[in-house]
Ligand binder design. Structure first.
Ligand code: HEM
Length: 510
């Protein structure tokens, strides 16, 4: 008996010593980061309790804005003894993303990316090095701008469907939450391109058919899990026997059941395998042209790893664009001079008929979208890791330091944007309108991981925003607070779903 007790206490002492040693070496390694300003926190857990409280209240982005007001645009937050260097300085972020990533001084990584891989599986969006390169090579031609322009009619059609729905709401003078409608809009488009699902899902020959709301609410559950695991650094949280985790497992199962038959068919098509009668009856040209079939041609894809990329592609391709569109609607409602200027440009174009050619005349609408991304970057933070010892603002930063590039703070940096608090799309068309500085857009990232979906996002946004501005006037039911009360899964969104009240402009017809 006493031997057991002795052995037990031996193990306890050994593990305490290992823990204490690890704690101490971590403390020493990162002690240099104590030279940076830091928000006041608990002596042991650092800023973790503030982060968790903000996470629960859906106020994480606001917490960082408040910290930067107090501490400046470079500061450190602590999760116990693990530091996170937060950078909101636009020029420094630009240098890190472009030169730093190219020279190999910084790579993306940190808790967030490990949580992303843990929840969504290994895919393009969370890999680095060779594992990232071959995926990026497979994705790039599938997302070429020409692919989307060739299907301009699909995007136009999806946009008109949304306009018709909103006209019904306007007739009834009903307030409408615009964010879920944008989610539906972008989901129908990305499912068309990614999976070959027709715009009217009931016409799809592959079962189960697309239920857009179920897909985006399931993806939102996964995204939230990434945020929780990424913020706390605890990937084991998903195994706790809680109701939330059961919902998480159900969401994973739902997405897998929806995607698996499609992925299997994509492989057979891409690899010219024999199809049975039933499979042959499911084939359409849209399916053959889909991104997943093109990607399945890359030899290193298997059904198991392609499903991860497709699931993440659905997330990357709908959530980001739709929330940005919601914020654009919010900003436009508060800036009537921008709507007025946009209308002068849009009206003749729409009267002649919207087409690929006429898109060139709508650069002001594109600038509205970019300006929205500056003030409301939905991918609000990019997490990277210093590969080598380096320095920032003349302070030493050791290799291994996790760094958060905060794009909300970057968008407010007056060294990059003249009068940053103003919503001024003109700055993207003429540097003089930006105080003589050439502005950089961070919302799609820069450098190696520059967003592959830019052509699709810009096209969707230009078409739907032009039509909305042409057809409606609108006001925000909750005023400016819709733009300020932010929720977050992976992406940031308006917590109240951006309710608006629309008024149809009398002369405008679809
Ligand atoms: C307004 C809309 C969008 C925003 C704000 C946005 C933002 C971003 C950002 C910030 C990144 C870099 C992420 C990182 O460094 O880890 C990224 C990457 C990516 N985006 Fe987008 N995105 C948008 C639309 C889209 C669309 C429509 C697609 C279409 C599928 C897409 C697909 C991707 C992919 C595949 C990557 C990964 C690139 C890589 O890891 O090399 N995005 N996006």
């Amino acid at each position: 008996m006493s031997l057991v007790v002795l052995a037990g206490s031996g193990i306890a002492i050994a593990s305490t010593s290992v823990f204490a040693w690890r704690w101490w070496s971590n403390y020493q390694k990162y002690s240099y980061l104590r030279n940076f300003p830091s928000p006041k926190g608990h002596w042991l857990s650092g800023n973790l309790s503030d982060l968790i409280a903000a996470l629960k209240a859906g106020k994480l982005p606001q917490l960082f804005i408040n910290w930067s007001k107090e501490l400046g645009d470079i500061f450190v937050i602590w999760n116990f003894n693990k530091p996170n260097l937060v950078i909101g300085n636009a020029k420094l972020i630009q240098k890190i993303l472009l030169k730093g990533q190219k020279d190999g001084d910084f790579i993306r990584g940190g808790n967030f990316y490990s949580a992303y891989a843990n929840v969504f599986g290994v895919h393009l969006g969370n890999q680095i090095g060779e594992e990232w390169q071959w995926r990026r090579k497979a994705w790039t031609p599938a997302l070429a701008s020409s692919k989307f322009l060739a299907k301009f009619d699909i995007i136009h059609q999806a946009s008109l469907t949304l306009i018709e729905k909103l006209e019904q709401k306007a007739i009834k003078n009903e307030a409408v939450e615009i964010d879920p409608l944008f989610l539906k809009y972008t989901m129908s488009i990305i499912c068309y391109f990614m999976l070959g699902v027709p715009l009217i899902p009931e016409q799809d020959r592959i079962k189960p058919i697309l239920e857009t709301e179920k897909i985006y609410s399931s993806l939102a559950v996964l995204e939230k899990q990434v945020l929780v695991q990424g913020t706390t650094g605890f990937n084991w949280l998903k195994y706790l026997p809680t109701k939330k985790n059961q919902i998480y497992r159900e969401a994973q199962n739902y997405l897998n059941n929806f995607l698996h038959p499609r992925i299997d068919l994509a492989f057979k098509l891409a690899r010219n395998q024999k199809l049975d009668q039933n499979e042959l009856s499911q084939i359409t040209q849209t399916l053959k042209d889909s991104m997943m079939v093109q990607m399945a041609k890359a030899p290193r894809y298997t059904a198991d790893n392609l499903i991860n990329d497709v699931r993440a592609g659905l997330f990357a391709g709908h959530d980001t664009t739709s929330h940005t569109l919601s914020f654009a609607m919010g900003e436009l409602a508060l800036n009537p001079q921008v709507i007025q200027k946009a209308r002068e440009i849009i009206e003749p174009v729409i009267k002649e008929g919207l087409s690929i050619e006429s898109l060139k005349k709508l650069v002001y609408v594109e600038a509205i979208f970019k300006e929205t991304m500056r003030l409301h970057p939905v991918a609000s933070q990019l997490s990277i890791v210093a590969k080598r010892d380096t320095s920032m603002v003349e302070k030493f930063v050791p290799a291994g330091t996790v760094i958060s590039l905060n794009l909300i703070l970057a968008g407010l940096d007056s060294d990059m944007y003249g009068q940053p608090e103003e919503f001024r799309p003109e700055r993207w068309l003429d540097a003089e309108e930006n105080g003589g500085i050439e502005p950089t857009l961070f919302g799609f990232s820069l450098g190696a991981h520059y967003c592959l979906g830019v052509p699709l996002a810009i096209l969707e946004a230009t078409v739907i925003l032009s039509l909305l501005i042409y057809h409606f006037d609108w006001e925000l039911v909750n005023g400016r607070s819709s733009l300020e009360q932010l929720g977050q899964n992976i992406t940031v969104f308006p917590q109240d779903k951006m309710p608006i009240r629309l008024k149809a402009r009398k002369f405008a017809t679809v």
